[in-house]
Design a protein. Structure first.
Lengths: 114, 110
């Protein structure tokens, strides 16, 4: 299995809703990432988990809450989002300490906040 | 100065030509360098990685790295319309995270 699976593929949520994005990989990667990508912009790092522990938080607002329940799963909990948070949310994975092998990205969740 | 800068696009080449994409980076301790291809509406896909000075070839793709000049490039030979996409340069440091350039959009015209 060489894939990173993200669900849902599309999500529309109101500013008062609570929702979660899910990411799953079975490649034995022990580093997992959340990136946010706006249209015609590069991916921006949000969070890094290494061996199921949060290692990097790029000063992301608390309305985004990551969770890594086990080595295969990564969640992003969303609460009280703003319309400007609408974007493509990408999950990626890699071997920690072997980042020189690059990332495998999931297909992304396209989020619209209304 | 941006951490990773790519040559401004868009870049348009005729089918069969060589497409040349360039990237410079500011952090001298950067260790690993990547090129990702991203089709419109899709997620990035890793196409090349390079860690040592010199050239690395994979099929029609050649990555070139010059650490002294802090420069990495991607050459696409015999360009095909299916190569039309945005190409993202990414750089890793010891911190274990990738920083991406803004991307260069390539169009290959039949």
């Amino acid at each position: 299995d060489t894939e990173v699976t993200q669900t849902p593929k599309h999500l529309v949520m109101g500013m008062t809703n609570k929702k979660s994005l899910k990411c799953e990989q079975h490649m034995g990667h022990r580093a997992m990432y959340w990136y946010k990508q706006k249209a015609k912009k590069p991916p921006e790092l949000m969070f890094v988990y290494s061996y199921e522990k949060l290692s990097i938080n790029e000063s992301v607002p608390s309305r985004f809450s990551p969770e890594c329940p086990n080595s295969s799963l990564l969640n992003l909990h969303l609460h009280a989002l703003q319309p400007e948070d609408s974007a493509l949310y990408l999950c990626a994975s890699s071997h920690p300490g072997r980042e020189n092998f690059g990332y495998t990205f999931g297909s992304g969740t396209r989020l619209t906040v209304v | 100065q941006k951490e990773v800068e790519q040559n401004s696009g868009p870049l348009s080449v005729p089918e069969g030509a060589i497409a040349s994409l360039n990237c410079t980076y500011s952090d001298r301790v950067s260790q690993s360098f990547f090129w990702y291809r991203q089709y419109s509406g899709k997620s990035p896909e890793l196409i090349m990685s390079i860690y040592s000075n010199g050239d690395k070839e994979d099929g029609r793709f050649t990555a070139q790295l010059n650490k002294a000049s802090q420069y990495v490039s991607l050459l696409i030979r015999d360009s095909q319309p299916s190569d039309s996409a945005t190409y993202l340069c990414a750089v890793n440091t010891n911190a274990g995270k990738s920083t991406f350039g803004d991307g260069t959009t390539l169009t290959v015209k039949p």
